[in-house]
Design a binder for this molecule. Structure first.
Ligand SMILES: [Mg+2]
Length: 403
């Protein structure tokens, strides 16, 4: 399988940098964008500050009163969101010059999948340099870029040489790169989890990777499993453009690998039913149904089937997912993760009736009634008779993981 080339691009001190750009008279001074400090009595927090202000120990999300204590003579400014948005749009447009697969994370940050652009624009580092150069020309600002085969590693990499950084992590270097980093660099690990991990003697990503998996799960639950996988370089999340939803998918990672056919099938049914519900809620329907299976040894498989027409029905999605599963030979290995996705989407679901003839409208009607009741009274109030047998446990429990 070909490795993905993912860029994480993050503007440097974005709001403060724009203020410096627009107000040359502030250059060289500490600049703090955020709440009004009111001479130290202000409430609210620092939104962004420039690198000069960081020399005083000031950082984003710090109470503005604390920032004022550290540096009363800084330039304090309130945010001008419309100006920042204007520049954000320019930057987004630059991203789209290189690839359509852009996933914005915030006003000044995005993932880009440039795997398919190598032939057109050159090696990954060359692409990143070109993007940085375009941003500089078009806005006068600097960005930091991380390049890696996964989102997780790209995100960490972009932060390492800020400002104006460029860090490339080759696929074969991922574990070397990750394992020397302190645990605080794990994306998504908050202060609480960090403290827990440190008490367990885990102070680097490498130590987390080598910690016995079941021990991590026992102590940190499902999120522990997620962090453990990331620490081992396992992250197959795609860069997902927001404005064109390509598929609706749900996944379930089991807290322990499972072998029980009945439970596997129950899980596929409930995933399919929930994907169908999301489709209807978003007024989407799709032509391609994909089942994803990850086995105990982390080998991951997807099996897809495309239909002649667009569907959103729970029955059809469940049935096809089950067929795909029954055709799959897992070699008696246990199952670690299951996922169901419906892709090849379009808005509206009117075409479904044509293909599936008489049963479909009936099913559709029932699906909609269930949706209405559930959205009013919660997911457990009502389930279709044909599905009740397949539910062994409530949805939304510790085993369920939304992608
Ligand atoms: Mg930023």
């Amino acid at each position: 399988m070909m490795n993905k080339v993912i860029l994480h691009i993050d503007m440097d001190a974005f709001f403060a940098a724009i203020e410096e750009l627009d107000h040359p008279e502030y250059r060289g001074q500490p600049i703090i964008v955020g709440a009004d400090p009111k001479a130290g009595a202000g409430r609210g927090v620092v939104s962004t500050c420039n690198y000069k202000a960081r020399e005083y120990g000031i950082h984003s999300a710090m109470p503005i009163s604390r920032a004022y204590k550290l540096c009363p003579y800084a330039v304090y400014l309130s945010p001008r969101m419309s100006r920042y948005l204007e520049i954000s749009q320019k930057i987004q447009a630059i991203f789209h010059e290189f690839t359509p697969i852009v996933e914005p994370l915030s006003i000044d940050e995005a993932f880009l999948d440039v795997t398919g652009c190598i032939r057109l624009f050159g090696e990954p580092i060359t692409i990143a340099q070109q993007i940085k150069e375009r941003i500089r020309q078009q806005t006068g600002l600097t960005a930091s870029i991380g390049i890696a085969p996964s989102k997780f590693v790209a995100k960490i990499a972009s932060d390492l040489e800020k400002p104006d950084g460029l860090v490339f992590v080759a696929p074969e270097k991922v574990l070397d790169f990750l394992w020397g980093l302190p645990i605080s660099k794990m994306w998504g690990v908050g202060k609480k989890t960090e403290t827990k991990l440190r008490l367990m003697g885990v102070d680097t990503i490498g130590k987390l990777a080598k910690f016995p998996r079941d021990q991590i799960v026992k102590r940190l639950g499902k999120s522990g499993l997620h962090f453990w996988s990331l620490a081992n370089g396992i992250d197959d999340r795609d860069v997902e453009p927001i404005h064109q939803v390509k598929s609706v998918s749900l996944e379930n990672t089991f807290s322990q690998d499972i072998d029980d056919e009945h439970r596997i099938e129950n899980t596929i049914f409930s995933l399919a039913d929930n994907v169908s519900r999301i489709l209807r809620k978003k007024r989407l329907s799709g032509k391609t149904i994909t089942l994803k299976i990850r086995l105990e040894d982390f080998s991951t498989f997807t099996r897809s089937q495309s239909l002649g027409s667009y569907i959103d029905s729970s029955e059809v999605i469940s049935e096809i997912s089950m067929q795909l599963y029954r055709k799959f030979n897992r070699d008696r290995k246990k199952v670690r993760l299951l996922g169901v996705a419906v892709g090849n989407l379009e808005s509206g679901s009117h075409q479904q009736i044509e293909l599936f003839g008489s049963p479909a409208p009936e099913n559709k009607k029932i699906d909609r009634i269930i949706d209405m009741v559930q959205s009013k009274f919660g997911a457990d109030t009502i389930k279709k008779a044909s599905l009740i047998n397949h539910y062994s446990r409530r949805l939304g429990n510790e085993d369920d993981e939304r992608k």
